[in-house]
Design a protein around this ligand. Structure first.
Ligand code: G4P
Length: 280
């Protein structure tokens, strides 16, 4: 799902999140581990104020492990709990529910002191488009339909997904918006499909990727496409098109398809595990 953030979208999203936050104890904030800075919402701190907070560095299977570890220490140094996962893999679920128990231990203690026993933690999964909110929600619940139904009063009109006796999830994830503070952030978001492709020309984006790859991950491009890493910008897409035999009807090289394939290969991990951002 690609959403462009116009003021109208943003106002609706803010209103929705503020409503949802009243119902929950914990925000599970999902980031794309490959762009952990750009995929963070600029106002998350204010939005989650007073709630427990867990950061999930998702798509860790596609990210650079060393940088993911750096991100985890970065967040921990700021006093935030963070966990790296591939949320498609149900084997990770226990890791997540254990971490949720750790992050919410204080809240459960408070409940106990007030005589409230065994009340499940209520959580909201939130993040910008395409980071894996639905995937994580489905993996946590086991199946899409595992709902506890309406809880009148406090949760009127809301559906809760029962994960285990300690955790209920709001069934509609919170959709956040990314920050567009600079050109670089916009490029990174577009590279990983978090904002619509048409914000940048695909061919322009492919060149951005070319520069990043050859600088940060030398050898990747030549090993995947068997092309030189010292090509002039103007020759890159022709070289990929030629290698992959992407031709237009009249026999010319299809540069547009080459750009699309290059971006798809990045997003699906065919260019190997990589991350574009490191902590400050
Ligand atoms: P959203 O609700 O935040 O918008 O994201 P969603 O769960 O729809 O996930 C977006 C895409 O990212 C999906 O791929 C999903 O499979 C993939 N994905 C989510 N989490 C992970 C992860 O931890 N690792 C990897 N490798 N991929 C992940 P898609 O191609 O759009 O859909 P599908 O064909 O996989 O269903």
């Amino acid at each position: 799902m690609n959403i462009q953030w116009y003021p109208g979208h943003m106002t609706r999203a803010i209103r929705q999140i503020k409503e949802d936050i009243k119902l929950i104890d914990l925000v599970i904030e999902i980031l794309d581990a490959r762009i952990a800075a750009s995929s963070r919402n600029p106002e998350i701190k204010e939005l989650t104020n007073g709630k427990s907070h867990l950061i999930i560095l998702n798509k860790a299977d596609l990210a650079d492990d060393a940088l993911t570890r750096d991100w985890i220490s970065f967040f921990e140094k700021k006093g935030l709990s963070a966990l790296a996962v591939d949320s498609r893999d149900r084997k990770n679920i226990k890791k997540i529910t254990d971490k949720v128990a750790e992050v919410t231990a204080e809240k459960r203690q408070r409940d106990l002191r007030r005589g409230i026993k065994n009340r499940p933690v209520r959580a909201l999964v939130a993040g910008i488009p395409n980071v894996g909110k639905s995937t994580l929600t489905n993996s946590l619940s086991g199946r899409k339909s595992a709902k506890t139904g309406d809880k009148p009063g406090v949760t009127k009109g809301k559906q809760w997904i029962h994960v285990n006796k300690g955790l209920d999830l709001l069934d509609t994830p919170g959709i956040l918006w990314p920050k567009f503070s600079d050109h670089r952030t916009g490029e990174h978001l577009a590279l990983f499909g978090a904002i619509a492709d048409n914000v940048f020309e695909r061919e322009e984006l492919a060149l951005v990727l070319y520069h990043i790859l050859t600088e940060e991950y030398p050898g990747r491009l030549s090993s995947v496409y068997h092309i030189s890493e010292e090509l002039d910008d103007k020759d890159l897409l022709d070289a990929i098109a030629e290698e992959k035999n992407l031709l237009l009807a009249e026999g010319r090289l299809d540069r547009r398809r080459a750009a699309g394939l290059f971006l798809d290969d990045l997003r699906s991990g065919r260019l190997g595990k990589l991350s574009l951002e490191r902590p400050e």
